[in-house]
Design a binder for this molecule. Structure first.
Ligand SMILES: [Zn+2]
Ligand SMILES: [Zn+2]
Length: 217
């Protein structure tokens, strides 16, 4: 059975996710840990639960989601995967990290580019990669059908959507991505976003002021 553990790290209050199942294999998604204490919190949980991370993946590569990439990659000697269109987004982080107060930022690079429709496998679990551009060009979400859950990054939030004023962002594209891709998932699917609390697809279809019914009536 899939277990989803969330951590909230760094001054952006970014949600980092650790997914694992009965095999104890684990997947790290968007590690935002930067401070020693944050890295320790992630490590402690992995050690106490006897987990073996096998892959590191990014929904997208804004600074708040990748601060811990190099740390996780080197600590567990695991490959880093993300969408090819996030390559420039990730490499740009080195140029501005210090301005945001992250002078100790360590860069990282992809070992594999995830394509839309590709399955992300660990243990007995597999997640479907769905391309949801708009907040950033290569933004992916990861859907687990059996448990009706979706790691959503910064596309759809409870009562909101991702910002689109950063390089590579596009508001119309994001609206279309959410309505065509995310709203095609079953209503009961629980979205685990990059910031803030979880929400259900059905609830956002009803009430989200940017992409829900009210926005188009
Ligand atoms: Zn973002
Ligand atoms: Zn974010």
């Amino acid at each position: 059975m899939l277990e989803i553990k969330s951590f909230t790290f760094n001054p952006f209050a970014e949600n980092t996710y650790l997914l694992y199942d009965e095999t104890k294999e684990a997947l790290v998604i968007d590690p935002g840990c930067y401070e020693k204490q944050e890295k320790g919190e992630l490590l402690d949980f992995i050690t106490k639960n006897d987990l073996s991370p096998v892959k590191l993946i990014n929904t997208h590569c804004h600074i708040d989601h990748v601060l811990g990439n190099a740390f996780v990659k080197s600590t567990f000697d695991i490959p880093l995967w993300y969408h090819e269109e996030e390559e420039a987004v990730l490499q740009a982080v080195s140029s501005y990290a210090a301005n945001y107060g992250f002078a100790q930022y360590q860069p990282s690079k992809a070992d594999h580019y995830i394509r839309e429709g590709e399955w992300i496998k660990f243990g007995n679990t597999q997640l479907l990669s769905i391309w949801v551009p708009g907040h950033s060009p290569g933004h992916l979400v990861f859907y687990h059908e059996e448990s009706a859950s979706c790691i959503g990054g910064d596309a759809l939030f409870q009562g909101s959507i991702g910002r689109t004023d950063l390089p590579g962002g596009d508001h119309e594209t994001l609206i279309r991505s959410i309505r065509q891709k995310l709203f095609a998932l079953p209503d009961e699917v629980l979205v685990y976003p990059g910031h803030g609390p979880n929400t259900r697809i059905g609830d956002e279809k009803e009430t989200n002021p940017f992409v829900g019914k009210s926005a188009f009536s």
